[in-house]
Design a protein around this ligand. Structure first.
Ligand SMILES: Cc1cc2nc3c(=O)[nH]c(=O)nc-3n(C[C@H](O)[C@H](O)[C@H](O)COP(=O)(O)OP(=O)(O)OC[C@H]3O[C@@H](n4cnc5c(N)ncnc54)[C@H](O)[C@@H]3O)c2cc1C
Length: 413
């Protein structure tokens, strides 16, 4: 694309996965891309992240699939176990057949490694300016431009502004104006343990989910199997948002006491845990106002139960850049929501459904869950994942309208 065809100056608020993926995707279309990050460094908090084939299809379009894969671990199985009995509910191989079916692999990666790969790729492009200590607290619309206003008084002017500033997005406050997210009433406890601390009787190369009444635990390997990411979630009546809070190991042990022995040994291992209260929002159709558009968690924050928040953010970035290339920057701003909101709404609702119906049920609903999961053979499981994992940038645009949902309608996998 010649510079004459380039679509102007893009301002991106937020240098997380959505913001950096978007910068990378837009660089070929833009005269300039400016990423404004409020922190003093570009960095990711937390340990691991699971990336499904749809994310790798998007990373491929960004030219960083292989770089991410070299820093990832390809897990061998996705397994769901009953947290109390230890019995197997689902065991899904992530083998060559899986990759052939969905076109790309499933892998787990350290968040920092994914973020750094995107950051390094952005740094190699002269079109992209990466600015830290840039806390955006307002936008001003003009007839032919938009201004990001920083808390310290600086302003950045562009043709289009992308709000990629996460769950508590200040851009969303101006675009949608739906207030602060409500806590889901679920608390996530995270820890990383060494390979020596990982119980020998548990599979080390799998992504495992233990489902129990009002709780579940996920774990998978990191850093070439030298460490393991543990995420233990509990339904708790919290009504405040908090993040990265230090928690005593003894408290977590007692909170998750009534679990099967191998899981108890695993949860006994960490010396330290950190806790987050989590939130999502109901899907919205409106993703833009004037020259500003939302992306990633700012547009569609979801519970982490489908392991898709970052995957969907990377998809957003790729589709927005394709729209810019196809219809120009201004029309792309208005087109992203219609192109994406049906799919991301379905993922948001699927994540809630997974929590309620699959990961946390007790009593009779738990037995119904067991019957349903055990009836899923490999073919049925593969078919049920098709809509989510077989996404590519090409079919993502073509299918944009077939996922359309209405407010309150739940489309299950
Ligand atoms: C426990 C847990 C496990 C998860 N596991 C997975 C998984 O396995 N797979 C998956 O795909 N997803 C997973 N997710 C979801 C994933 O982490 C998020 O969806 C993803 O990180 C969202 O990226 P983002 O860039 O949209 O937002 P964020 O990561 O929140 O980034 C927003 C950025 O904007 C900056 N910012 C905020 N406000 C401003 C401002 N006013 N001015 C300037 N900068 C600002 C922030 O500092 C930050 O750098 C998980 C989430 C949780 C909580």
């Amino acid at each position: 694309m010649s510079s004459a065809e380039r679509q102007g100056a893009f301002i991106i608020v937020g240098g997380g996965i959505a913001g950096l993926a978007s910068a990378l995707a837009l660089a070929p279309h833009a005269s300039s891309v400016t990423v404004l990050e409020r922190n003093s460094r570009f960095q990711e908090v937390g340990a691991g992240i699971q990336l499904s084939p749809n994310a790798f299809a998007a990373l491929d379009e960004l030219g960083v699939k292989e770089a991410v894969l070299t820093r990832s671990i390809r897990v061998q199985r996705l397994t769901v176990l009953d947290a109390q009995s230890g019995g197997t509910l689902v065991d899904f191989p992530l083998d060559d057949r899986f990759e052939a079916q969905f076109g790309h692999p499933y892998a787990v990666v350290h968040r920092g490694a994914l973020h750094r790969t995107l950051l390094d790729a952005c740094r190699r492009l002269a079109t992209i300016r990466l600015i830290t200590n840039a806390n955006v607290n307002g936008l001003t619309e003009h007839d032919d431009s938009i201004t990001a206003n920083l808390a310290d008084g600086r302003v950045f002017v562009g043709d289009v502004l992308i709000g990629a500033d996460g769950l508590n997005s200040s851009v969303r406050a101006q675009v949608v104006g739906d207030g602060a997210p409500e806590p889901a009433g679920h608390v996530v406890y995270r820890a990383v343990i060494s390979a020596e601390q990982f119980p020998a009787d548990l599979p080390a190369r799998s992504s495992i989910l233990w489902a129990g009444p009002d709780m579940h635990v996920v774990h998978y390997p990191l850093a070439d199997g030298k460490s393991f990411n543990l995420v233990a979630t509990r339904v708790e009546p919290v009504n405040e948002m908090f993040a990265n809070r230090g928690i005593q190991a003894a408290w977590v042990r007692s909170a998750f006491a009534s679990v099967a022995p191998p899981l108890r040994r695993l949860l006994d291992a960490p010396a330290h845990w950190r806790a987050w209260s989590i939130a999502d929002r109901a899907p919205v159709h409106t993703w833009h106002r004037g020259r500003a558009v939302l992306m990633g968690d700012a547009a569609h924050p979801m519970l982490q139960y489908a392991a898709q928040g970052a995957c969907q953010a990377i998809e957003d970035a790729v589709i927005f850049a394709r729209l810019v290339g196809a219809v120009g920057a201004n029309d792309a701003v208005a087109s992203l929501g219609p192109a994406r909101a049906g799919r991301t709404a379905r993922v948001q609702q699927t994540a809630r459904w997974l929590g309620d119906a699959i990961y946390h049920p007790a009593g009779v609903p738990r037995r119904a869950r067991d019957v349903m999961l055990k009836s899923l053979d490999h073919a049925k499981l593969t078919a049920s994942l098709q809509w989510l994992y077989a996404w590519t940038p090409d079919n993502g645009l073509a299918l944009a309208n077939t996922h359309a949902t209405h407010d309150g309608e739940l489309i299950r996998p």
